[in-house]
Design a protein around this ligand. Structure first.
Ligand code: A2P
Length: 276
């Protein structure tokens, strides 16, 4: 049984620190700083998204902030995530710079983007960012079970989320199970395999059976496994399509067919190929 509240098909995940994280986010990885990013954020907020995920490494925090302003949606209604670039040394100082670029006075969630130089060195600085009020919640990204254990063992405030590459083809079951036991929310990035998984015949067969698109099926699979899911698109109609995932259910049989696509052997690791 899952220990993560709202691990069914609810729209909000309650984090271990009590924060409410909307389970669908717009991701803006690889979207250049500029009008395309500003528009995508505004369209997503107009389509009902209430969670936007960026990172210092993406270089587009200014545009995310601009899109948020342009949308007219009050800051307090939007869950905003950014990530510490671990090539820098001071997470708290970098968080303050992010706030300046985003044009906000806090982020909802601040993640260590990847465990470069080890899992633990950045964490005291992340805790400081939280104490200073720059971030309401703190977590990690691209951390496998071993790294989660290392950081949790030394933390005064434990990470509440781990954002990892996750899809039926990267069904990191051991990582998901361990995170759930520790009440760490798992956020799925690249749930469409950066577009590749949309062409898979099993995904397409399930999609035609349920009368939905392959993208909706892949995103819905994440929700039904208790994940928070990041959908990335810069096209308005796709941004809207990707939000229509709370009004249908995949059967146990369809979930099992998708689960069987896993190519990681249910790994506890966050990445097969590390770039750091
Ligand atoms: P685009 O941004 O041009 O719309 P992932 O989330 O796995 O990283 O995948 C993102 C990729 O999938 C992007 O190239 C995005 O293209 C594309 N994409 C996102 N949503 C859809 C959709 N509903 N239908 C088709 N392609 C999509």
């Amino acid at each position: 049984m899952s220990t993560v509240p709202n691990a069914g098909d609810g729209r909000v995940q309650i984090l271990a620190d009590g924060a409410r994280m909307p389970r669908l986010a717009l991701g803006v990885w690889q979207v250049p700083n500029g009008p395309e990013c500003v528009r995508a954020v505004r369209w997503a907020l107009e389509a009902g998204y209430r969670h936007i995920d960026t990172a210092q490494a993406y270089g587009n925090e200014e545009s995310v902030g601009q899109g948020l302003k342009d949308s007219g949606v009050p800051r307090g209604e939007v869950f905003l995530t950014t990530k510490f670039y671990p090539g820098h040394r001071d997470p708290a100082a970098e968080a303050e710079r992010s706030l300046g670029r985003l044009g906000v006075d806090y982020v909802d969630l601040y993640l260590v983007h990847w465990p470069q130089g080890g899992a633990t060195w950045a964490w005291p600085g992340m805790e400081r960012a939280r104490e200073l009020g720059y971030a309401r919640s703190i977590g990690v990204s691209n951390f496998g079970v071993r790294e989660l254990e290392q950081v949790t063992a030394e933390a005064a405030v434990a990470p509440v989320a781990d954002q990892v590459q996750f899809s039926p083809f990267e069904y990191r079951r051991a990582l998901l199970d361990a995170a759930k036991r520790r009440r760490i929310a798992v956020e799925a990035y690249s749930p469409l395999g950066t577009g590749r998984h949309l062409r898979d015949t099993t995904v397409q067969r399930v999609a035609s059976r349920v009368g939905r698109t392959p993208a909706q099926v892949l995103l819905r699979w994440c929700l039904q496994h208790g994940l928070v899911v990041l959908a990335k698109s810069t096209h308005r109609e796709r941004i809207q399509e990707n939000a229509q995932i709370f009004d249908f259910t995949l059967s146990d049989e369809d979930m099992a067919a998708l689960d069987a696509l896993d190519q990681t052997d249910g790994t506890a690791q966050a990445r097969e190929n590390k770039w750091w």
